[in-house]
Design a binder for this molecule. Structure first.
Ligand code: UT7
Length: 310
């Protein structure tokens, strides 16, 4: 048996903020944002809606989609850098709201690579037989930590949530290989004090190099090659960064998720949101080989090769 995904759900706030809206708030232009980032619009959560509220909606959908109840969940992992509070964790808040009474719960702080870290952590508990059903959520309300007068960062980010239920799946399906990594010496390039601070060029260079390398590494570890890849789901940071990863894998355009156009960079939420979008669009089918790859503040990175299906 492998450890795979048996249910998915997502939540995006209703409010759409376009590049034209940002032009009214700061010295920027639709043209600059589109050409440098690929972003056309993003979703921003209202004041009364926090990270745990978005996580809850995505989680309920994932449980329904997996056809299990909250009482079945053994562990809740929430990847986020924008928790409602430092404690209790978003995972504990979710545990209460879902009524997942037997579940252990913790948040994972690995920035935009957090969802990959979460899935790989879940895999260990499933592989060793300790747990059967694990809820992994990637969720961010980045709008509350962005400086809305800093054009270098404010145009990039959005709010949202994605959730998956992981469980044992049939032989040959699920996670085939993974890579996780960190380089604390690069922490100075992307961090959060009062607001998100970023050295965009340094993060860009790191991202292009690391995403490509990690994709190749997980393929090698799984004994597969570029030609075997059916679909690529990179962390949605910037269209130029994800395009570089696609070219490294020599994939055609329609074999990669580009939800960054509609949702901006939603950090830990971007990969699970993309999974749901691509499934609904019919781009992911049973037995497809999916590569997921992320990078973020820390610096952190991670990749997974996964054979889709229960
Ligand atoms: O999830 C991980 C989080 N972070 C990332 O993925 C970010 C990675 N980095 C990037 O995506 C890119 O570096 C950015 C999109 C952030 C910036 O693109 P760039 O091509 O590296 O631009 P730059 O920072 O070199 O800036 C070029 C120019 C500068 O003007 P000068 O100094 O050449 O006169 C900036 O001041 O663009 C200016 N600029 C803007 N202009 C209009 C920076 N932000 C904006 C803006 N609107 N929003």
């Amino acid at each position: 048996m492998g450890a795979g995904i048996i249910g998915v759900g997502r939540y995006l706030p209703e409010r759409v903020v376009t590049n034209a809206d940002l032009e009214k708030m700061m010295d920027t232009s639709d043209e600059w944002i589109r050409t440098r980032t690929g972003i056309e619009e993003r979703r921003i959560a209202p004041d009364g809606m926090d990270t745990s509220d978005m996580a809850y909606v995505a989680a309920v959908k994932a449980l329904e989609n997996a056809n299990i109840s909250a009482a079945d969940i053994d562990l809740i992992l929430v990847a986020t850098v924008t928790p409602d509070r430092s404690f209790p964790s978003v995972a504990c808040m979710l545990q209460e709201r879902l009524g997942a009474t037997k579940a252990a719960a913790l948040d994972i702080s690995a920035a935009c690579a957090g969802f990959i870290y979460g899935m790989v952590t879940a895999k260990q508990f499933i592989d060793n037989g300790a747990y059967r059903y694990i809820l992994v959520v990637g969720v961010e309300k980045l709008s509350k930590i962005v400086n809305w007068s800093d054009r270098n960062t404010a145009v990039l980010f959005g709010d949202g949530a994605g959730a998956v239920v992981m469980a044992p799946v049939s032989e040959g399906r699920g996670i085939l290989s993974f890579e996780l990594g960190a380089d604390g010496t690069g922490g100075k390039h992307l961090y959060h004090d009062e607001y998100v601070m970023m050295n965009g060029r340094e993060v860009f260079k790191f991202a292009v190099r690391q995403m490509g390398e990690s994709c190749i590494h997980v393929l090698e570890k799984a004994g597969l090659s570029k030609q075997d890849v059916d679909f690529l789901i990179p962390h949605q940071a910037n269209i130029r960064i994800v395009e570089a990863a696609r070219q490294r894998l020599e994939l055609p355009e329609d074999k990669m998720s580009t939800t960054v156009k509609k949702y901006g960079n939603t950090s830990a939420a971007s990969i699970p949101i993309s999974i749901v979008e691509e499934l609904e669009a019919g781009k992911i089918k049973d037995d497809d080989l999916i590569i997921m790859v992320g990078f973020g503040g820390g610096l952190t990175w991670g990749a997974i090769a996964l054979r889709w299906g229960r």
